[in-house]
Ligand binder design. Structure first.
Ligand SMILES: *Cc1c(COP(=O)(O)O)cnc(C)c1O
Length: 495
């Protein structure tokens, strides 16, 4: 069966998976959604005996129907290999009241690696399939985390180059070191004398510059984006939810058909949407528990049916969830209004002009599978402390938001089904906040100097990603002014 991808804002625009991956965003500004959410064609029991890679193949083949088996296997085998520090890829840790699915065993110790390690291969394969002869140049502006995950993903991938712009004084010392020590020969990292918004605006302008596109084309290059709304990032994330259920079934924790809950710390709504897709594919999921930090737009949305981003933006200890516009929610909106593209378009227009929109009572019924709640900063710290005190397990701040929300769900519902929390970052990525929660912060020490302290407290081995930045030489020293970004790109490419 062949699946196409249609735009949430004009469903007459339909493309093959490989084209959707190359384009990222649909021409009308909408997001690509599969024309149908396919059902798993193997039983969860059978999947439970398979490796992560084989499960990933059995999920992705149902969505990327224009890829051959050989092509997909090539992408999967190059993505989920020894870059990950454990062979399970997404190991499940059992604790007293919940499982943690640790999605942080990849190159940059955060869950973005799960998708960004495969996207480069999906993209270069898509380019080949569509007779694109040009080399793909990924342009990215980053406020910190995505930059390194994208650099690591595209590092030395044949047929690609990647250029990352970050605000020179706007990222943490560790984030900066992670980027400027990137060793891939096809990677370029630039600090700009400006803020993240300026970096992002500069990148968008280059994407929309037709003259620049022509100049690049003459030299055999074209731009593409590793943005989180690319379907090539969403679909690979569905695999680990299937993997989690199938593994627990195989271990005898679950009986065939028994329902499970997933709790997901949420920002842009990509990770939890992948869990929703897994449910729609046939994984017996009872509730999708959507955890927010103090930027609780989604909690309010699930409570009232109104999405309203008109509020103060809060800086929290879980920065990857400091988001007021959850882009991927547009895909869910489209699905719960029965793929009504005009309706979706109107709601998104309201969001753009007035910063808010409200869904109908009928659409709200489509949200039955979701439960939303949020954690304050104090509750997040308390969650880290209490889990550590009870059983020595250390969570990062994002995962702690999810854990706190899960305990609220238990109090609200008395539902004692098996629960799996998507654990999205290693505590080593947020060393200072984690140690502060445990009462062991030391303001006289730098973030890097706190690493051995966390090692002693947690007993968790220091990940390769952290050791690396302590040892690797700095390779990227380029700094540029905001109005010199294009010139800098041309310089790198010899255009
Ligand atoms: C990106 C990120 C999130 C949020 O995931 P979304 O898919 O954007 O909802 C949560 N935790 C960490 C550590 C992240 O990097």
């Amino acid at each position: 069966m062949s699946i196409l991808y249609e735009s949430t804002r004009d469903k007459s625009l339909k493309v093959q998976a490989s084209e959707a991956i190359l384009q990222g965003l649909s021409k009308d500004g909408g997001l690509f959604v599969p024309t149908e959410i396919p059902k798993l064609d193997k039983s969860l029991k059978e999947l439970g005996t398979m490796s992560y890679q084989d499960i990933a193949y059995n999920v992705m083949k149902l969505y990327f129907t224009d890829f051959t088996e050989e092509e997909l296997r090539y992408c999967i085998d190059h993505a989920y290999d020894s870059k990950f520090d454990c062979k399970e890829i997404a190991p499940l840790k059992e604790t007293q009241d919940t499982y943690f699915m640790e999605l942080y065993h990849g190159k940059t110790i955060a869950f973005k690696d799960m998708a960004l390690s495969i996207l480069p291969y999906l993209m270069t394969t898509s380019a080949k399939k569509n007779n694109v002869k040009n080399e793909i140049v990924i342009l990215t502006a980053t406020s910190g985390d995505t930059g390194k995950a994208a650099l690591a993903g595209f590092s030395d991938v044949p047929g690609t180059k990647i250029i990352v712009f970050y605000p020179k004084d706007g990222v943490s010392e560790i984030q900066k070191l992670q980027m400027v020590t990137e060793q891939g020969k096809n990677t370029f990292v630039v600090g700009i004398n400006g803020n993240f918004d300026q970096a992002q605006t500069g990148v968008k302008e280059m994407f929309n510059d037709k003259k620049l596109a022509e100049e690049l084309d003459e030299k055999g290059y074209q731009f593409s984006s590793a943005n989180s709304i690319n379907i090539g990032r969403l679909i690979p994330q569905v695999a680990y939810y299937v993997y989690a259920y199938a593994s627990l079934l195989n271990k005898g924790v679950l009986k065939d058909g028994e329902e499970i809950n997933f709790t997901v710390p949420t920002g842009n709504f990509g990770n939890i949407l992948a869990a929703y897709f897994a449910k729609e594919m046939g994984v017996p999921v009872h509730k999708l528990i959507c955890a927010s930090n103090e930027n609780k737009v989604l909690f309010d949305f699930f409570s009232t049916g109104e999405y309203d981003k008109n509020r103060d933006f809060k800086l929290t200890s879980s920065p990857s969830m400091d988001i007021l516009i959850s882009s991927n929610l547009e895909r869910l909106i489209y699905l719960i209004c029965n793929r009504d593209d005009k309706k979706t378009c109107a709601l998104m227009e309201n969001l753009k002009t007035g910063g808010k929109y409200e869904i109908t009572a009928d659409m709200k019924k489509g949200l039955d599978a979701f439960y939303g709640n949020y954690a304050t900063e104090a509750e997040t710290a308390e969650a880290i402390r209490s889990k550590y005190d009870a059983e020595g397990y250390v969570m990062d701040t994002h995962t702690a938001v999810a854990y706190d929300v899960y305990t609220k769900y238990l109090t609200d519902t008395d539902d004692d089904m098996v629960n799996v929390i998507a654990s999205t970052a290693s505590p080593y990525k947020f060393t200072r906040s984690v140690l502060a929660a445990l009462g062991k912060d030391d303001s006289s020490k730098s973030d890097l100097e706190l690493v051995p302290v966390l090692n002693e407290v947690s007993g968790m081995p220091v990940p390769g990603a952290v050791k690396e930045i302590m040892e690797l030489p700095v390779r990227h020293n380029t700094v540029c002014e905001v109005d010199k970004m294009e010139e800098t790109v041309k310089g790198f490419l010899g255009v």
